[in-house]
Design a protein around this ligand. Sequence first.
Ligand SMILES: [Zn+2]
Length: 477
Amino acid sequence: MNSNHLGHQPEAHPSLLLIPAGRKHPNIRSIGRKEERAVLTRLQQILSIELDRLSIRDQQLLRDFVDLPSFQLPVPVCKQQSLCPSLLKPEMFLWKKHAPTRGLPLNEEFFYKTPYQSLSTRELTVHLQEVIRDYVFCAWVQRLNQNTWIERIQQAYREHPFIVLARSKQNVVRAVEKMNRSSLLGLLNYPEDLSYWRHRVEIVMRPYRSIPPDWQYEICEHEKDLSLDYSTESIHVTCKECSYGVTYWPLTAQLQLPHEVKMEQAVKRIATIERQFDQMALQSLRVITSLNKLRSLKKQLSSYEPLLEKLISLKEKLGESKKDHPALSCYEELKKMDLPEENITPDLISLAKVSVPDAAVLKHAEKWQSIDNGSLESELAELYNELLMREQSMQPQPHDVLFQIKDYCLTRAEFEKIKACLEETELTLSFHLLVQTLLGEATNKVRRLGLHETEIFGMLSQWPRKYITEAVKAQSI
Ligand SMILES: [Zn+2]
């Protein structure tokens, strides 16, 4: 705050600084009413006593805050000549410089709720004691800039016991959340243990889930609002984007989350749900065995990956959905799964590395064991050749009939000839001329254009004219 040129300091009241409030009235004419002048006198009397009671340190803080040789309490004046109903909170001046010619903004949040003019002397004393306390706290906060406070809050956040726990247990927390949604969970023994575990997860995970992702182990990087809570001498730091905030006590560097937990309980609980899961996994060794079988199958098939991919795309091209070889369906199913490189063990952390879209696939693990690694390569190569031959047979052939009406057939070879001829000639042939040429009618025009010398002249001379017309139309020649 730099109040030097902000307001008017009445001579009779050295502890007051009259400041115009409201953008429309940026100056003060005079405080005309007698009652109001009496209020100023009362303010001055109480203030001079209360300010004297402050410690040397607090007095210095207040002087620094207003940047004046002695502290003067800002008293807002509305409409040039009357005292505003309530006093200004020090936050109006915290880390801010107000233009002397503009008048202070009439922002409700920066005004106290107490209408001080009608208070008795005792009540006004109590109110002013609070106001001075707030100014001292605010002056103390202003010694450092906002960024420095945010850095200190960041530090305290990192060191908060729950954040320390969440960071140290992040692999367990992530694994619990992943397994809680995993299709594998339904395969674990026993159903009653499982439903108890899930019930516990909802309770234990609550504090971890209550922290937004951007605040997981550090405070977020968005812009923050800092506001002071005078009654508890704390700073609230909030992020609008995350709808989250914490409270910090600058005097003790303590930090509080919106939902504090009992730390001893939280430490025990996270360890317990991990242990309970591991017990279920130990009771479900068949699932672990099946998963390890699938894992080694996946590894085994990975060396044939290019061939398997070629086989699958060839089958798609041929419109075949049938899987001729179990390795094909096995490969396709395993492709959808995430399996770790290392051996899967019956515990939470290891199982959380497994992702199976459909747990029913585990039933096939036994069936797929019949895939013989020794002969797999030759079997796949044979299947590939077979498919290639099938593809070949489906390739277009010159004798394919593209159009037929009664006994008259237009073959692919004939069609290609007509197309090539039309592409070669520089003439734009009318439909009628083309039909005449195909029929072999050597009219004057056909001769003049040299069409009687083309390869297609008379090619369909045996055809009735109307069928040629239809064939030409049907093939969009
Ligand atoms: Zn944020």
